[in-house]
Design a protein around this ligand. Structure first.
Ligand code: MRU
Length: 345
């Protein structure tokens, strides 16, 4: 792991194993506050409010959350346990709709019970612990491999533009879109990174700029509407973004604004790479039109992060958290297992 980021633990289990500890990302970059979540309601709220966010981190938080809640179910009766556990998993699944990692992780936790039909409740709880830890460890290994694979496509000194936060804070460690940047940093590649601020929730300004600066990466923060000017100036040789759900045909849902960047990158002839673990691929989803796009509260656009409200009272807003980039605009989708999609046109 990058040494400068080692102390930042996005999501973990506490020592007693009865709480999920998250770094509250709504407080960054001014405060590093950790919260211990012990109930399904607290875990749900933390995911919904983006205290823990980023597709893989949401999955890990939900898996640990399901484990912590399972440990609180005080019955030896298997049917009663399974029924209560199923309710908890169903509830946590409703926290956010787009990132498929949430459903993938909770699906794995749910299947633990089915795959150990002879086990006692106590044994189920032990197996749930092993599964939650495996989800986290597999993500860490995947991120590292994604970084290695993408780095092969990059050259020292490149300018890289990224959107939202697909870094250490969004996963177990390293990140997806930021993983090759960190690996490059360790190997002296001297990348120059442009981080989009990412309205309305400012994940780029608050989180990407924060973690890259902390790791000593050369990062320049830009407003979302500056990407074209920066590309036109010739300062960007690759765009690297994460993903929340990849459809079977290669369409990609990611933070709102991603598809606009893909259009710009195509216009300027800049490669547009999407990086994500295979847990973000949803084979059941044929194309981008089938991906549910989360819509979030109006206040995030009109007043959140402003000292004073900046929009007139009563104005209509539209606040989709994600958009879909059609696969035609994507150069490649890079996973830990290799390229899921490649566009040679
Ligand atoms: O709403 P957020 O902050 O959870 O959105 C996060 C993104 O869009 C990331 O790019 C995506 O989850 C990939 S994180 C490795």
């Amino acid at each position: 792991m990058i040494q400068a980021l080692e102390a930042l633990r996005t999501v973990r289990l506490n020592e007693r194993g009865d709480g999920v500890v998250i770094l509250d990302q709504t407080r960054l970059p001014t405060e590093e506050t950790y919260l211990t979540l012990t109930t399904a309601e607290e875990i749900w709220e933390a995911i919904y409010k983006l205290r823990v966010r980023g597709a893989p981190a949401i999955g890990i938080a939900a898996a640990y959350g399901a484990l912590v809640c399972a440990r609180e179910i005080k019955t030896e009766d298997k049917a009663a346990f399974a029924s209560r556990f199923g309710e908890i998993v169903d509830y946590l699944s409703t926290a956010r709709p787009t990132a498929v990692n949430l459903f993938a992780a909770l699906g794995r936790m749910r299947r633990v019970l089915r795959s150990h039909p002879e086990a006692t409740v106590e044994e189920w709880k032990e197996a749930l612990y092993r599964e939650a830890v495996a989800i986290r460890e597999e993500d860490a290994a995947a991120c590292r491999r994604i970084g290695e694979r993408c780095l092969e496509l990059l050259r020292p000194g490149m300018g890289i533009l990224t959107h939202c936060n697909a870094g250490h804070l969004a996963v177990s460690e390293y990140g997806t879109a930021l993983a090759p940047i960190y690996l490059g940093q360790e190997r002296g590649y001297g990348f120059r990174v442009f981080a989009d601020e990412t309205r309305p929730l400012l994940q780029g300004a608050r989180l990407t700029a924060y973690e890259l600066l902390r790791a000593g990466v050369d990062v320049t923060l830009i407003c979302d509407n500056m990407a074209s000017a920066v590309m036109r100036a010739g300062w960007v040789q690759a765009v690297l973004v994460g993903c929340d759900r990849v459809a079977a045909n290669g369409d990609v849902a990611n933070k709102i604004g991603t598809s606009g960047l893909a259009v710009l990158a195509r216009h300027y002839g800049i490669p547009f790479y999407v990086l994500g673990p295979t847990s973000t691929i949803d084979p059941a989803c044929p194309d981008g039109a089938s991906i549910v796009i989360e819509e979030r509260p109006s206040e995030e656009v009109t007043e959140l992060w402003y000292a004073h409200r900046m929009a007139p009272e009563g104005v209509k807003t539209y606040n989709p958290a994600f958009d879909v980039t059609p696969h035609e605009l994507v150069t490649a989708i890079i996973t830990e297992k290799g390229l899921f999609y490649e566009n040679n046109s």
